[in-house]
Write a protein that binds this ligand. Structure first.
Ligand code: MN
Length: 130
């Protein structure tokens, strides 16, 4: 199937409380269209909102559309990714992403068509360390 895929027709859902902290909205921009194709999701985070720690079966790329997104890979420092920049998570790496404490952010999440293994929330201490 080919496009265009209308953003107005994509269904927006709230981030599940068992996967996210704070207010998060997700919309499918384009589900995988053929074998091996990637999925594009639009994800918006209010200030302080973030994913739980999680692992993707395949790599994930983030493209920051607005604001500054905070990202962290287990054992590394929190990185701030600005609008217009991308960030790459290799497959199988434990990480989280979300907004900083003072500004909302929006990123596209570009994922291989595989499962996400959701873990525990990012604690206030872990988040504040960023
Ligand atoms: Mn991720």
């Amino acid at each position: 199937m080919s496009g265009p895929f209308r953003i107005a027709e994509s269904k927006t859902v709230a981030g599940r409380a068992d996967y996210f902290t704070g207010k998060v909205c997700l919309a499918d921009l384009m589900p995988p269209q053929s074998a091996g194709a990637v999925a594009y999701k639009w994800v918006s985070f209010e200030p302080g909102a973030r994913t739980n720690w999680h692992v993707h079966a395949f790599a994930q790329d983030l493209y920051v559309v607005a604001g500054i997104c905070f990202v962290q890979i287990e054992g590394q420092k929190v990185i701030q990714v600005q609008a217009g920049e991308m960030y790459h998570f290799p497959a199988g790496v434990l990480h989280w992403h979300g907004a900083g404490p003072t500004l909302p952010c929006i990123h596209l999440a570009i994922n291989g068509d595989g499962a996400t293994d959701w873990k525990h929330p990012v604690s206030s201490e872990e988040y504040a360390a960023g």
